[in-house]
Design a protein around this ligand. Structure first.
Ligand SMILES: [Zn+2]
Length: 350
């Protein structure tokens, strides 16, 4: 039986003479799960040519989709920004409107025996700058502004010598960028300042170092769902997360511990434990807590699922805040992903 084959060739042509793509591997231009029999690539500094060959009989509709949208978002972001971590890419691709994909132009189509050869061109320069602008917009989402911020300088986290313990025994920090400091939080026009330790509801939470408890919401009562929605809506007009909305509502049932000036020389430091499900009553404000002392249990208070009465999305949101005379900074602020992982690796006692 005659095998019908379609050969698709995609040309991605850059308008610039300067190299705009860093290409050192040949990843598929279409999702891996499409049933492609053979794929060949010809990748140079300013263009990508891909020939994709497949059997027309198996699932024509699916291939038709590939022709309409031949290059996936992950592939594009990866090529334009090779240093971005995979998890950041998957986070950004959901937030970015890929208008640029529509700038793909159909060039030609011809038949050669049993093969059909299609050519497209894409203005990668335009697309790159579009994606770059979108990512910059997401990165520039202002973090929580501080009441007394005078525009200080972010500390050099590598100079921090005192190690602390993890807030949950045996649970290392996550590697996904979306769960780490600097991740965008579009629902509140802000930036994630802390680490989301994903743990089951009711997991014991402990102090990361010696300190004094300065906030302990022992008698916390969850807010109504509509109130939370309404307050986020009212705050959204100023395009950032106001500190009161963050501290009073979004942290949920929280404990804050003051570690004084000893933990990180030159800075006052506090640690924040949010979304707790309960706090052991003796750990009230003013309690002198020791490193490793368990004071409460993880939960999801302050989150949308909690206001709806479910235990979904339970996790410990944990932050380490450093302050000096000029401002307030969160641990890991402004670090690139790889630097952040390195800094966190050296922060916690193994
Ligand atoms: Zn969080």
């Amino acid at each position: 039986m005659m095998k019908k084959i379609i050969l698709l060739t995609f040309f991605i042509i850059s308008c610039s003479n300067k190299p705009v793509l860093v290409l050192n591997d040949a990843s598929p231009l279409v999702d891996d799960d499409t049933a492609i029999s053979t794929t060949t690539y010809n990748i140079s500094v300013d263009s990508i040519k891909a020939s994709i060959t497949f059997d027309i009989r198996s699932d024509f509709d699916k291939y038709l989709l590939d022709v309409q949208n031949p290059i996936n978002k992950t592939f594009l972001i990866k090529r334009f920004f090779p240093s971005l971590h995979d998890s950041s890419i998957s986070m950004y691709e959901n937030e970015i409107d890929f208008l640029g994909l529509n700038s793909r132009r159909f060039v030609s189509m011809n038949k050669n025996g049993n093969e059909i050869n299609m050519k497209f061109s894409i203005d990668t320069l335009q697309l790159k700058s579009h994606i770059e602008t979108e990512i910059k917009k997401l990165k520039d989402l202002l973090p929580i502004h501080y009441l007394f911020d005078k525009g200080g300088k972010v500390p050099d986290f590598s100079k921090i010598t005192n190690k602390i313990i993890l807030p949950i025994d045996g649970l290392s920090f996550p590697k996904r960028a979306s769960r780490l400091p600097n991740a965008p939080r579009s629902y509140r026009s802000g930036t994630h300042r802390g680490i989301d330790f994903f743990s089951n509801w009711g997991t014991p939470v402990r102090s990361v170092a010696d300190g004094i408890i300065i906030r302990s919401d022992i008698n916390y009562k969850e807010m109504p769902a509509n109130f939370r929605i309404e307050m986020l809506k009212r705050a959204s007009v100023i395009n950032r997360t106001p500190s009161d909305i963050f501290n009073e509502l979004l942290l949920g049932q929280a404990v804050i511990i003051d570690h004084g000036l000893e933990l990180f020389p030159g800075y006052r430091s506090i640690s924040i434990y949010a979304h707790l499900s309960s706090i052991i009553p003796k750990f009230e404000t003013g309690y002198n807590i020791k490193s490793g002392e368990i004071f409460g249990y993880s939960g999801n208070t302050g989150t949308s699922p909690s206001t709806k009465g479910t235990k979904d999305e339970s996790h410990l949101h944990w932050e380490l805040i450093l302050q000096d005379s000029k401002g307030e900074y969160y641990f890991g602020q402004d670090l690139e992903y790889s630097e952040l992982i390195e800094a966190l690796d050296s922060l916690f006692i193994k």
